[in-house]
Design a protein around this ligand. Sequence first.
Ligand code: TXA
Ligand code: MG
Length: 357
Amino acid sequence: MSQAEILTIDPLQPEPDKITYAAQLLRAGKLVAFPTETVYGLGANAFDPAAVERVFAAKNRPANDPMIVHIAAEGQLASVATAIPTEAATLTRVFWPGPLTLILRKTSAIPHNVTAGLDSVAVRMPSNEIALALIAACGFPIAAPSANLFARPSPTTAGHVIEDLGERIDLIIDGGPTFIGVESTVVDMTRQPPHILRPGGTSFEALKAILPSIKIANHSPTLDDSLAQLSPGLLSKHYSPRARVEFFVGAPEAVLDQMRQRAIDLLANGQQVGVLIAEEDRTLFESLHVHIEALGSIKDLSQIARRLFAAMRRLDHAGVSIVLARSFGSNGIGLAIQDRLTRAAGGNVECIVGSEE
Ligand code: TXA
Ligand code: MG
């Protein structure tokens, strides 16, 4: 396939003629990457199994990994999901549009390849003007996984999408950098009590305030792959840069001490080392010959989340062979950051004794 067309659209006031054009391509079965508030998605008509098939192919995504169906209005939900529990309706009222995906019973209108053969479907209403206008103009829901090659960090800019999929899809909408930077929280509403399968942009604390019974499916830093049976996308090695990642979890001071010592040892062995740290940690590493990615202040976890995936890509471009990452705690969006770093580390998690907070 030739190079994808790039279309810049105003993220606050999307130009209607551009939205109409992108919707026409989707109606014709083409693949269109578009921004959401979390990460960029690779969209196809959710009712068109042939278009959905092309999404799997473009991403090199295994067929057993189901996609999220994106809607623009509450009224669209009935065409996608059925037997919606009252607790789900409560969550959609509070959190949609926003970074919350619900697993519900699927309708027969949703092709089997969208859900990888499951009888449940993942649905969300994104909080992004371009995404909402596009879905509304299509008149059908859009099936979209994150617009990265399988197992690569999710794209938070159109440039990331071009890097991974520029020669594999039809159109890339450039709506600027995404605001949240990590993917949506996935909650399984077909289980009682509801379980969080993937922490993300909507925090556990916010969900628990509305739905006190909600539980987090096993998310210990030393992952096991049992979760992959519940949600096939949740393999333990995921979202990762090409370099080996080591993730250090525990009391911040001890974590930083160990990371620094590890960096010194690796440098002595001639390795190219990168560190994923907070702005406050910079001075500890500045005297070493390491590539520093300081994500932001430890007091601003939203900014750290927003910058995480771009930093992973920069570490790849810098050509480091090993990345040492610190934990940023597990409060609020910290849990999603911890989850992505754990998966990037693919099991290389160093748990250091002591409390995290
Ligand atoms: O923020 C997001 O969620 C982004 C934007 C584009 O909306 N999308 C995204 O999609 O992250 P994807 O495909 O990269 O991740 C979807 C996750 C996967 O872990 C998948 O296994 C899970 O949702 N999932 C989808 N359908 C499911 C189902 N029926 N049951 C359990 N898990 C499901
Ligand atoms: Mg993904």
